[in-house]
Each structure stands twice: as structure tokens, then as C-alpha cells.
Design a protein around this ligand. Structure first.
Ligand code: HEM
Length: 506
């Protein structure tokens, strides 16, 4: 009993000391931290953290961050050491946010993989995109059907990435189903990367919990796929070396990665190639399919936009400028379609999450605000481009014409304010591949099929979730249920399709 008395007061003492330490941390973060005074959620200002983690868990990041900026203005503290900015001046002052603030280590790593994504390779890659599209057409080519277009487009994007980074497609478009359980694997990968990115110290625990909850470890499963592809390519290389003939070897992203060099001139190790191939699958298929869905939906939902796109496409087909499968060169001549693509990238960026940059030693001024070294300053590709400061009073509207009417000066500003692929040293390495893929495939789908959103809340409707827009509005007229986490994924996107008359002739 006397022992118990000794323990209870010491537990009390421990609790009050912990409370004291916590109090000191909170007060320091709130009043003395270099970011003190920047408004934001209490959890971020007090240094307790977790605001981004909660948003990641609830998958409502973009619209909650937009609300905070509406309430507090240009700067919002979103973590103990992180600030989100929406001031256009952040893009024009020096150092320009996103474009120049960066880590040297990342720059070095980046130099090695850049040749794998060069413009020269793009032409060679087109044939792999075409072959994935052929499979898509073969499976979706019924005369009339209600299809889960959201999933079909993801299969198509996965097959293309498989062709580019793994040396062969995954055969999903052909099978018309997720033969390797890739989709839950990718969801697990992004969810665990996003959540653990907000709480790096808890990474192993979060990883174990997510693996159980989502039924896949994501990263491990992706790693296994990369290993198989790299081993297969190594065997092909061996065979070609023995035969003294490499003319049958594919020229794709994987082949470039296998001949990539480190900054010291040493060749990439097999482990490095696997990591890169792996990250391409994680970074390249969800993002492209999200943009693909959004692009088709923006065009189909507005008859005026749809008619203009189709007139342009039919005109080009009549003049013999385009044919199916569409070449990237031909697709770039479709000015109105290209404006629709830009407007889609602006309003429905696949990555709404903030893109962070670290303030270098000595500190830096961003949009006239001085930040101390080590502070993380970030911009969201979803929040900033929807603001009047970035694109004018109608910034929230889908209006492709803005890109065609803009003066040269405005065009430069519009391009600068578009953050969808990031900018500067960290810019998405797959940007050109994604633009090529979307420019080729979206007009091809529109030319080939009549598309209409399958109505929600009708007898026999296949939908399982309520309609939700990219900005978080619940609305049954929306064609999908959108989430806003690391990616702005759309679920439950059903479409009634039929083959357009005369479309085979193109
Ligand atoms: C519409 C499609 C895509 C979008 C919107 C997109 C967006 C992004 C963004 C926002 C980043 C981070 C940039 C930053 O921090 O500033 C990124 C990085 C990256 N993306 Fe993409 N991406 C797309 C397609 C692709 C494709 C098709 C590939 C590969 C074939 C790819 C591979 C990568 C890789 C490897 C990184 C990491 C680059 C690095 O850290 O240096 N992406 N992407």
C-alpha cells in the first residue's frame, strides 16, 4: 500500500511535467516560432500538428485549404513549420516559389533520370500508347453500353505506363478487369505515402495499419512488379548481347533508366532502376487517368464546348490532318481542344496537395514576406489557380477561350500560374508523356464514342456513392464522387457510351 502511494504521486508528477513541457512547446510555437502570427488552424499554430494528417485521412484537403485562404488571405500556416501561399507575387519575385527553391540532393538525383523522359524519346513512345488504345477500343467497342469509364480510363493509363516503364502493358484494357489487383495496391500506395508524409515519425506504424486496412502494402506490391519487369529486361539484354544484335530491343523509359548514370559517372544500379520504375507507376497512372476523366467530363457536360471540340476534330479529319490513332503532332494542331486540356489541368489538377519548397540558409523573401531558413513554403495546384488573383474574376469557371483570347503577356502569366505539374527543378518528369498521352487519346475517345453521364438516382443506377464535385460540393448532377487527398481522385464515374456513326472511317 505504501508502495502504491509512492507510485501514484510520481505518476501525477510525470503527468504534470509532461503537461508543462507540452504547454511550453505550444506557447513557443504560438508566440515565438518564426511563423508565429501567420493565421491558420489552431493545431498548426500551436505546433501540435496533425491538420494535414486529418485532411489526408478525410480526403478533403483541397477544399478545406481553399476555405482557409478565403478566410485568412495569402498566407496560411498549415503545420508547425509550413505555410501555404496563394499570392501571385510568390511566382514572380526572386527566388520564385516552386521554380527555384529546392534541395541540391534532389537536383543531382534528378539529372540521372532526365534522359529517360526526353522529348526525343516521345516519338518512339507513341506506338506504345497506340497499342494500349487498341486494346481499350476492343473492350469498350460495344454498340451501346453503360460502362465504368473511370476505371476503364485507369486501366488504359496503367497499360500505357506499363508499356513505358515496365516494358509491357498490364493487359488491363484487354481483360476489362483488374487482373492483378493493381487499383487497391495503388490506392494503398498513395494513401500511405500521403498520410506518412504528414507524420514521418509515425511512418512504420501508419504503414502497418494501412496495409491491414487496405489489404495491400502498396509500396511492396509495386516494388515486386518493378523487380519482375527489370529482371525480364535484363534477360532480354543478355540475350541480345549473346546474339550480338540489339535491333529488337525496345526503346522506352525502362531502357533509358537502365543506361542512366549517377552524377559521379557510375551506372545506375539495378536497385536504382527498380526504384525509378516503381515511382513512375505510382506517379504516372493515377495522375493521368484523373486528368483524362476530368477532361472528358468538362467537354461532355457543356454542349457548347462539346460542339466546338467535335467541329474542330471533324474539320481536321475532313482535311486529312488527323486520323485514328491520332498522332501527337496532329493533336497539337487542335487549338480549341488544347485550350480545353489546359483549362482542365487548371481546374482539376491531379495533385491538389501543396507542393513544398524549403527556404535556403540565410532565409528568403516570398511575396514580400521574409521566411527563416528551413521553413517549408508551399503552393497548392488546386487552390491557387482558382483564385481571381491568378486568373481573373471568372477563375472558377471552365472557359477554354481564356487561353485563346489571352495576349502574349497574359499567356505568359497564365502559364506561370499553372502549377499542375509543379515547376522548376522538381517539375514532373512525366509532363511531356502525360500531355502526349492525353492529347492523343482524349480526342480519339471523343471521336469514336458518344458519351453521356449515366444519371444518378434512377432505377438500376450503378452508382454506389453520392455525387461530389472537385470543390467538395455534394451534387447528384456530378458524374462522380471526388476526393481531395494527395490526388483528386474521382470514384464511381459511369457513362452511357455508344459508337458514333462514321467514327470508324477516320
Ligand atoms: C496529368 C498527369 C500528371 C500530373 C498532373 C503530374 C503531376 C506531378 C506533380 C505535381 C509532381 C511534383 C512536382 C513538384 O513537386 O513540383 C510530379 C512529380 C513526378 N511525376 Fe508527374 N504528373 C503527371 C504524370 C506523370 C507521368 C505520366 C509520369 C511518368 C511517366 C510522371 C512521373 C513523375 C515523377 C517520377 C515525379 C517525381 C519527380 C521528381 O521528384 O523529380 N508523372 N508529377
Amino acid at each position: 500500500m505504501s508502495d502504491m502511494h509512492a507510485i501514484v504521486p510520481s505518476l501525477d508528477a510525470l503527468a504534470s511535467s509532461a503537461g508543462l513541457v507540452l504547454g511550453v512547446v505550444v506557447l513557443t510555437c504560438y508566440f515565438l516560432h518564426p511563423l508565429a502570427g501567420i493565421p491558420g488552424p489552431l493545431r498548426a499554430q500551436s505546433g501540435l500538428g496533425g491538420w494535414q494528417t486529418v485532411r489526408a485521412a478525410k480526403r478533403d484537403f483541397g477544399w478545406k485549404l481553399a476555405e482557409l485562404h478565403d478566410r485568412h488571405g495569402a498566407f496560411v500556416r498549415i503545420g508547425r513549420n509550413s505555410v501555404s501561399v496563394v499570392d501571385p507575387a510568390a511566382k514572380v519575385t526572386s527566388p520564385s516559389l516552386l521554380a527555384t527553391l529546392d534541395h541540391d540532393e534532389h537536383n543531382l538525383a534528378r539529372r540521372g533520370v532526365s534522359p529517360a523522359f526526353s522529348m526525343n524519346l516521345l516519338l518512339d513512345l507513341e506506338e506504345f500508347v497506340d497499342s494500349a488504345f487498341d486494346d481499350f477500343i476492343a473492350t469498350s467497342g460495344k454498340s451501346r453500353a453503360t460502362i465504368d469509364l473511370g476505371t476503364m480510363l485507369q486501366f488504359l493509363a496503367m497499360d500505357v505506363v506499363g508499356e513505358l516503364a515496365f516494358g509491357q502493358g498490364f493487359g488491363l484494357s484487354k481483360a476489362g478487369r483488374d487482373t492483378g489487383d493493381y487499383l487497391p495496391m495503388l490506392d494503398a500506395y498513395t494513401a500511405s505515402a500521403c498520410l506518412s508524409g504528414t507524420q514521418p515519425w509515425a511512418r512504420p506504424i501508419l504503414h502497418r495499419w494501412l496495409t491491414r486496412k487496405l489489404g495491400s502494402s502498396g509500396a511492396a506490391a509495386l516494388g515486386a512488379k518493378a523487380s519482375v519487369a527489370v529482371s525480364r529486361r535484363l534477360a532480354e539484354l543478355d540475350k541480345a548481347a549473346q546474339a550480338g544484335d540489339d535491333s529488337n530491343l525496345r526503346k522506352d523509359v525502362l531502357s533509358k533508366l537502365m543506361s542512366a548514370k549517377n552524377p559521379d559517372g557510375s551506372p545506375f544500379s539495378i536497385a536504382q532502376v527498380k526504384v525509378q520504375a516503381n515511382s513512375i507507376l505510382g506517379a504516372g497512372s493515377d495522375t493521368t487517368s484523373i486528368t483524362f476523366r476530368a477532361l472528358l467530363a468538362y467537354i461532355v457536360r457543356d454542349p457548347a464546348v462539346y460542339n466546338k471540340v467535335m467541329q474542330e476534330l471533324e474539320g481536321a479529319a475532313e482535311e486529312g490532318i488527323v486520323s485514328l490513332p491520332l498522332s501527337y503532332a496532329a493533336a497539337q494542331k487542335l487549338d480549341y481542344f488544347q485550350a480545353c486540356l489546359k483549362e482542365t489541368l487548371r481546374l482539376h489538377p491531379a495533385v491538389p496537395w501543396v507542393l513544398p519548397r524549403i527556404i535556403p540558409p540565410g532565409g528568403a523573401s516570398v511575396a514580400c514576406h521574409h521566411f527563416a531558413a528551413g521553413v517549408e513554403v508551399a503552393m497548392s495546384p488546386y487552390v491557387f489557380p482558382r483564385r481571381k488573383e491568378a486568373y481573373g474574376d471568372d477563375a472558377e469557371m471552365f472557359r477554354p477561350e481564356r487561353w485563346l483570347e489571352a495576349t502574349a503577356e497574359e499567356k505568359k502569366r497564365f502559364d506561370r500560374n499553372l502549377l499542375t505539374f509543379g515547376q522548376g527543378n522538381r517539375i514532373c518528369v512525366g509532363k511531356n508523356i502525360a500531355l502526349m498521352e492525353l492529347s492523343k487519346l482524349a480526342p480519339s475517345v471523343l471521336y469514336r464514342y458518344n458519351l453521356a453521364f449515366t444519371p444518378r438516382r434512377q432505377a438500376g443506377s450503378p452508382h454506389t456513392l453520392p455525387g461530389r464535385a472537385i470543390d467538395g460540393r455534394l451534387d447528384d448532377k456530378e458524374p462522380w464522387h471526388c476526393e481531395s487527398q494527395w490526388f483528386s481522385h474521382q470514384k464511381d464515374f459511369w457513362v452511357d457510351v455508344s459508337i458514333r456513326s462514321g467514327s470508324q472511317a477516320m
